[in-house]
Design a protein around this ligand. Structure first.
Ligand code: NAP
Length: 308
């Protein structure tokens, strides 16, 4: 029987682990499939306080883990919770054949990439369709080729800017005529001579099924309704995220998009279960806010365990 288990290993999870370890509660972190979460798919993080030169997302996550472990946090890598049976005073987590019992549970399962759900997207994934420029941008198949990024947020701008290192040209496809991205990211992208924005356009399909790799995208102009073909060797999809809360459906309170609804503080609707980070935040979704939410969840869990 554990005092507290943390599901997820992003900023929220590691911060919660650090606080709980320092409180001598020996938290167990089940990292999920992707240790470090979405931040490990980003390039340089420039807005996490304390790093004036920026910090690589993967490095930041590794250092957070090291800090939590130093105070006694235990980690099980690659363990994904399949089911959580909530009960007072014990919650049971099933991960494959393994059952973990805990008095308090912190859900910091983060978010995953949203898909476009258009023909060709699934079939050509890893054959030119990708959701992570940092992970795949340097692949030989994309070198000196025209590439397409879809989306209008910070992620799309960051990915497009990053890809200019490798691509001959980057088309930034956005469904409106104005970016959602923060000013600094938008200006950086739009000021790059290798990036060409394509406004008021959506991807209708990904072309290349016959060739076994992406050869282009079919676009639809949202104003004129006209369709056109754009040749490219890669499609980088950056259209936001969906919270990883599927296993909690009909168990924990969540909004229509699947984000956990919390309060007061980090409490969910189930006693002894707390939420933190991107799985419970559709407004801010920053590394630093996730870390702050992890801290809140740890303090709430500690007080719950102390009976206060
Ligand atoms: P986001 O802000 O939710 O933006 C998603 C973009 O995709 C929007 O422009 C949206 O269009 C578009 N979109 C959504 N569904 C679409 C669809 N089906 N077809 C076409 N376009 C679609 O997501 P994000 O850019 O991943 O950013 C998420 C959070 O992480 C934000 O809070 C952001 O600030 C943060 N972030 C920060 C940094 C940084 O500071 N370094 C880097 C990356 C991300 P509309 O605009 O029309 O809705």
């Amino acid at each position: 029987m554990r005092d507290v288990v943390i599901l997820g290993s992003g900023c929220a999870g590691w911060t919660a682990a650090l606080y709980l370890a320092r409180a001598n509660l020996k938290p167990l972190v089940l990292t999920g499939a992707q240790m470090g979460g979405l931040l490990t798919t980003t390039s340089i993080v420039e807005n996490f306080p304390g790093f004036p030169k920026g910090v690589d997302g993967t490095t930041l996550m590794a250092q957070m883990m090291e800090q939590a472990q130093k105070f006694g946090a235990e980690v099980e890598f690659g363990v994904v919770a399949d089911e959580v049976i909530m009960g007072k005073p014990v919650h049971r987590i099933r991960a494959g054949n393994k059952i973990v019992e805990t008095k308090a549970l912190i859900v910091s399962t983060g978010a995953g990439h949203r898909h476009l759900d258009v023909p060709g997207e699934k079939e050509l994934e890893t054959k030119g369709v990708t959701y992570c420029a940092t992970c795949d941008g340097a692949l030989p198949m994309f070198r000196d080729q025209p590439l397409v990024v879809v989306g209008g947020g910070d992620s799309a701008c960051e990915e497009a800017t990053f890809l200019t290192r490798f691509a001959s040209k980057v088309y930034l496809i956005h469904r409106r005529s104005e970016l959602r991205a923060s000013r600094i990211m938008a200006e950086r992208a739009l000021g790059n001579p290798k990036i060409q924005p394509v406004w008021n356009s959506v991807v209708e399909s990904v072309e290349g099924l016959g060739s076994g790799k992406v050869t282009g995208v079919k676009l639809k102009d949202t104003v004129s309704g006209k369709s056109s073909l754009l040749s490219c060797a890669g499609l980088f999809i950056a259209v936001g995220h969906v919270p990883n809360t599927q296993i909690f459906r009909n168990k924990l309170a969540m909004d229509e998009s699947g984000y956990l609804t919390l309060g007061p503080g980090s409490r969910t609707n189930i006693e002894g279960v707390f939420g933190a980070g991107d799985c419970a935040d559709k407004v801010y979704r920053q590394a630093i806010t996730a870390a702050g939410m992890g801290c809140m969840a740890a303090i709430d869990a500690e007080r719950y365990l102390a009976g206060s």
